[in-house]
Design a protein around this ligand. Structure first.
Ligand code: ADP
Length: 529
């Protein structure tokens, strides 16, 4: 079947069901209905480009669930069903694992130069389809199109970076303590990798794992979030087009715990890499013990963003806006507690709120929009409950603190002042467009407040003192620290947390180690001729 014919079949399946709005929700406002028509235009263009895939990928073959079950994928801005994807479980996952296991024996033996070329080709295809992939991300995840295209550049960057790193998996030679021996260290791929990813970066969270895995010679079974599987499938389609052999990249989705359990139970899966909630991460870590797998976890944060009296106000406001409101506050490195020293507190809240007021909330495809919808109703309800707890305990609403008039899952960009450390919003990730501003007196107070959490992913500080930058960056119990900068993620630097925010690092040369085993080889009897 030609690609075009396959695409047409997908098209026929894609638009059967139009809306999933339940009677509990308010009727769709006219503007949102209009936008849903635009979204359909984007969807049909994606079909024409062969990038709206609605089947899983097992061993190079596009596959339905064995029992034919499906799940709907929704546009969070409108509630419309974009398409359905297979609702898979243990059987399909086991077949995907077998396909990855079989492919491993050949992919791991392909030269690093060849693997590098395949990855480079994949990168080129991701970039040449940047617009379509960006549209797909906006369609299923909701982020504004410009930001979605930024994710494609960022996400593809991991494939480019690891295409280069593929050629640099060096071993070692150790000076031998015995004259007749030679001691070598080889680095070899761990084997089949189970990669479980969340919905907030439908592309980048996958490429960040799959790039280094493939570069090292591993093969993968990807389980994207059921909320955003379409970008993963489009990326997998492009991987096939790039000449990455069948079975090297597999994608299954459906029943998350059944798929997760199958990955954990299989002795053929040698590594689990996960980005998502701390609760699920802990379950996976415990489950991996049964077969002693390697585990990398990138879990929740509770990022402090500390603005000292000696900060440049404009720099602090700009940096905090980026750190807080990127992806409508839905990232694990989003500033969760904005801690401002008392001398600059009022000025900061004033300037920051004025900037937040200028944000344009709306459908991600609309020109000028900077804040999209939240991913689903549960996310809005969580935000509402955190805001209610804070205001009931004395936090003041400077801006927002309510659902947006667009309806659906749109929430107004919100600034709360007089927030205290014991409020839920300062203890747990709000994962939404709410900026809680706390007050502190001294640097010691700030450090105590910042480190008083089980999380340890990202932290941000704003100060014009070089000495303070070093001192505070060193004292923060976090894996990532931004100094006078709110956007710090890049494929060339190591990303990951300490404490209960996770294990391992992604991106950079350190990201390769997660997919490699060290093997020591001792050559004996080396003096004989
Ligand atoms: P979030 O709250 O960000 O959605 P989750 O941890 O629930 O975070 O989800 C992240 C990923 O983990 C998703 O792909 C989800 O389907 C998957 N997931 C959730 N529960 C399990 C589980 N028990 N086993 C394996 N994967 C799971």
């Amino acid at each position: 079947m030609t690609l075009m014919m396959a695409s047409r079949m997908v098209a026929a399946r894609s638009f059967g069901v139009v809306s999933h709005l339940s009677s509990m929700q308010s009727p769709t406002p006219l503007s949102v209905r209009q936008l849903s028509m635009d979204a359909k235009g984007f969807a049909s263009r994606l079909v024409d480009a062969g990038l709206l895939r609605s089947q899983a990928l097992i061993g190079g073959k596009w596959s339905d669930a064995y029992d034919g079950k499906t799940i709907e994928v929704h546009n969070p801005a409108t509630g419309d069903v974009i398409t359905t994807v297979p609702c898979m479980g243990q059987n399909e996952t086991n077949d995907a694992i077998s396909a990855a296991y079989n492919a491993f024996s050949s992919w791991s033996k392909v030269t690093s130069v060849e693997r590098s070329k395949c990855l480079r080709k994949w990168y080129d295809l991701l970039i040449s389809h940047k617009e379509e992939l960006g549209q797909l991300i906006t369609l299923e995840q909701g982020k504004p199109l410009q930001e979605a295209m930024g994710e494609v550049t960022y996400g593809a960057g991991f494939i480019e970076f690891f295409a280069e790193e593929a050629k640099r998996v060096y071993g070692d030679i150790i000076p031998s303590p015995l004259a007749d021996r030679r001691l070598l260290v080889l680095k070899q791929p761990v084997g089949v990798v189970g990669a479980i990813t969340p919905w907030n970066f439908p592309l980048a969270m996958i490429t960040r794992k799959v790039g280094p895995a493939l570069a090292c010679g591993c093969t993968v079974v990807i389980k994207p979030s059921e909320l955003t599987p379409l970008t993963a499938l489009a990326a997998a389609e492009l991987a096939l087009q790039a000449g990455i052999p069948p079975g090297v990249v597999n994608v299954v989705m459906g029943n998350a715990s059944a798929i997760g359990d199958a990955l954990l139970a299989s002795p053929q899966v040698r590594k689990i890499t996960f980005t998502g909630s701390t609760a699920v991460g802990k379950k996976l870590m415990a489950g991996a013990a049964g077969t002693v797998k390697k585990v990398s976890l990138e879990l929740g944060g509770n990022a402090p963003c500390i603005v000292f009296d000696d900060a440049d106000l404009d720099v602090a406001v700009k940096g905090t806006l980026g750190a807080k409101f990127r992806n409508t506050g839905q990232t694990c490195v989003c500033a969760n507690r904005i801690m401002v020293q008392e001398g600059i507190y009022e000025k900061f809240v004033d300037a920051f709120s004025k900037a937040v007021q200028k944000f344009q909330v709306g459908h991600g495809f609309s020109e000028g929009v900077t804040q999209g919808p939240l991913i689903n109703e549960a996310a809005v309800q969580k935000v509402e409950s955190f805001v209610k707890d804070a205001t009931s305990k004395g936090a003041k609403v400077v801006l927002g603190a309510k659902r947006h008039s667009l309806g659906m899952t749109f929430y107004e960009p919100t600034v709360l002042s007089d927030v205290k450390s014991d409020m839920i919003i300062a203890r747990e990730e709000v994962f939404g467009p709410v900026a809680p501003v706390l007050r502190f007196k001294t640097e010691d107070d700030a450090l105590r407040m910042a480190n008083d959490t089980n999380a340890g992913l990202a932290a941000y500080i704003f100060t014009n003192s070089v000495q303070r930058s070093w001192r505070v960056a060193e004292a923060l119990e976090y894996g990532l620290v931004g100094v006078n900068e709110g956007l710090i993620s890049t494929e060339v630097a190591p990303f990951g947390g300490v404490k209960q925010s996770g294990l391992g690092r992604e991106g950079s040369k350190y990201g390769m180690d997660e997919y490699l085993e060290i093997k020591y080889v001792c050559l004996g009897n080396m003096n004989s001729k």
